[in-house]
Design a protein around this ligand. Structure first.
Ligand code: NAP
Length: 289
């Protein structure tokens, strides 16, 4: 008796591609250091001691060290004011020994995060969080991409996913993830739909997606029955217990390509940060190729 099994999506291995990007960043760092006598330097700024943020910053610094990129850590008290944080970011922006600045999101609710991001000099905005970078992304101009969306685009390209003329649905519209992801997809000629917490009939939209980006911040939020058969599913979510915003088991039975959690979007975000830090250093040291 023949048995019917549901098709299983191919995994998009973000870890493997990110490893290659880190190797490439390491080679470029070695070359830049040899030519200029200065290694690229990323300043990481952490407000408070939220355990997840502490872990993310440690992972980013470890990855920098692996590539020969120096990092300078600035730990600020949770109670720091917006003005205090802006002061610290301006100092780093003016320091010629720092080539890139990462302000770990989120900062405390009493801080005006947007104002803090805007204190980062555009040429050092390697995390792509300033209005300057956002506008450059939207207008298709040279600039730093927001790291998670930038990493997602690289992953889609690596797996040869055609974007022009395809319908991309982004669930989430946050300034650091959903919104710029949609802009980058639009820049690649996809037809883009944004969904958010006020979207009516969410499933009617997600089921139309050739490329579905889950950036909701809710564990296992999107299920297989909400996905178009054969769609490419990118799960940008991360929750404790290695769970994403997509219910992997049901989605993998419907999608053609899917990112795992962990090992999908997460490592690509960090690799993009490293790549952009080396780009920033090369420009600031007058050694851009
Ligand atoms: P966020 O700022 O909380 O934004 C969540 C978005 O989802 C908002 O736009 C919100 O809509 C929308 N949303 C919430 N509930 C919804 C619902 N029921 N239906 C439709 N849309 C809904 O989160 P974020 O910072 O973008 O992060 C999203 C996820 O990505 C999280 O799991 C986070 O951990 C993960 N993340 C991963 C990385 C990485 O490197 N892998 C980096 C950043 C974030 P409204 O705008 O209407 O509120």
């Amino acid at each position: 008796m023949s048995q019917t099994t549901s098709p299983t999506a191919r995994l998009m291995d973000g870890s493997a591609l990110a490893r290659r990007m880190v190797e490439d960043a390491a080679a470029r760092t070695a070359d830049l250091t040899a030519r200029t006598g200065q290694a690229p330097c990323l300043a990481t700024v952490l407000v408070g001691d939220d355990p997840a943020s502490v872990t993310y910053v440690r992972m980013k610094r470890n990855r920098c060290a692996q590539a020969g990129i120096r990092s300078r850590h600035v730990a600020l008290p949770a109670a720091i004011s917006t003005a205090g944080l802006i002061g610290a970011l301006r100092e780093l922006s003016e320091d010629p020994g720092v080539h890139g600045i990462l302000l770990q999101h989120p900062v405390g609710p009493h801080i005006d995060e947007r104002a803090a991001f805007e204190a980062i000099a555009p040429e050092k905005d390697v995390d792509g969080v300033t209005a300057h970078s956002f506008a450059a992304m939207g207008l298709g101009m040279a600039g730093f991409a927001s790291c998670t969306p930038g990493g997602i685009l690289r992953l889609l390209d690596h797996y040869g996913v055609e974007l022009a003329g395809k319908h991309a649905v982004v669930v989430g519209r946050s300034p650091i993830l959903g919104r710029p992801a949609g802009m980058l997809l639009l820049g690649r000629d996809a037809t883009v739909t944004y969904c958010h917490s006020r979207t009516a009939e969410l499933t009617a939209h997600t089921r139309e997606a050739d490329v579905l980006i889950a950036a909701v911040g809710r564990a296992r939020f999107l299920h297989g029955e909400q996905i178009k058969p054969g769609a490419v599913v990118i799960d940008a979510g991360y929750h404790p217990g290695n769970v994403g915003d997509v219910d992997f088991a049901s989605a993998a039975g419907v999608a053609s390509l899917i990112t795992p959690v962990p090992g999908g979007v997460g490592p690509m975000t960090i690799a993009t940060l490293l790549t952009q830090t080396v780009d920033a250093a090369a420009r600031q040291l007058g050694a851009a190729g």
